[in-house]
Design a protein around this ligand. Structure first.
Ligand SMILES: O=P(O)(O)OC[C@H]1O[C@H](O)[C@H](O)[C@@H](O)[C@@H]1O
Length: 250
């Protein structure tokens, strides 16, 4: 009999990857939303208190998978349908020889997605949990070669911060940005360290592949490394909007 604790748990709606030493990642099949990432029991993500886990709407918080559009959409839900859809676990969770744990989730076109967006697609989302790192590999397949597919993918991350006043984002200097809260004004970032002192909602264009967020939980810093991506959204709802997010969901 194996008396060790299991390194994964699959419930009806969630998949828990357990790397040991209180390092875990929880993925909800609703949107393949990563609702928790803990490193030695320190939670890295924020989920709204009133987040709805019933599957009726997207989960507010964590790491949301946004596809095929970001923002308002005249044909379907805001930020697309992927975060509202139920995904499937298609591989794993498996333990690699390195002891790291990975699992792959998939979202395939269906009647609902075709009613909003006529492309026949399959998304694969592979998540690997390391000791102090989490990796996401995303692939998109177009099943109908007759049509070129245009889409946007965003990992909408709600990082948990101890104190917003201590948070600094490094790597955005010289990037052009659009400020949604200033009539979409376009400007260039001149700061080495971007700080947040009020409600913020900007998209930075053509950002470098490495950004650093300093002072997340417990004063640690988070390196965000990316391949084949382009833009970055810096958003903080500040107090009023946070109350709204927590109380109502969206
Ligand atoms: O409330 P949601 O639909 O999840 O959107 C949350 C936020 O997402 C992005 O960061 C947008 O730039 C914001 O304008 C938006 O408020």
């Amino acid at each position: 009999m194996d008396l060790q604790s299991p390194w994964f748990v699959i419930c009806e709606d969630t998949v828990l990857l357990d790397r040991g030493n209180y390092t875990t990642c929880t993925v909800n099949l609703q949107g393949a939303t990563v609702t928790s990432w803990r490193i030695q029991n320190k939670e890295m993500l924020y989920v709204a208190h009133q987040a709805d886990f019933t599957g009726l709407r997207h989960i507010v918080g964590g790491i949301q998978f946004v596809f095929p559009i970001m923002g308002e959409w005249s044909f379907g839900p805001r930020h697309g349908f992927a975060r509202k859809s139920r995904w499937k676990l298609v591989q794993g969770p498996e333990k690699l020889p390195s002891e790291d744990i990975c699992a792959t989730f998939s979202l395939m076109y269906n009647e609902y997605t075709l009613s909003l967006w006529h492309f026949k697609f399959e998304l694969l989302y592979k998540i690997t949990l390391y000791e102090k790192r989490i990796d996401f590999q995303i692939s998109v397949e177009n099943w109908d070669a007759r049509y070129a597919m245009e889409f946007v993918i965003v990992q909408h991350c709600w990082w948990r911060l101890d104190d917003i006043h201590k948070c600094k984002i490094k790597g955005l200097r010289n990037c052009q940005y659009k400020d949604f809260l200033k009539q979409n004004q376009v400007a260039r970032e001149y700061r080495d360290e971007v700080t947040i002192r009020q409600q913020t909602n900007r998209v930075y264009y053509r950002t470098p592949n490495k950004l650093v967020v300093e002072d997340t939980v417990a004063g640690g810093s988070l390196n965000l490394l990316r391949k084949n991506g382009r833009d970055v959204v810096v958003w903080n709802p500040w107090i009023e909007e946070t109350l709204m997010v927590n109380n109502l969901g969206t």
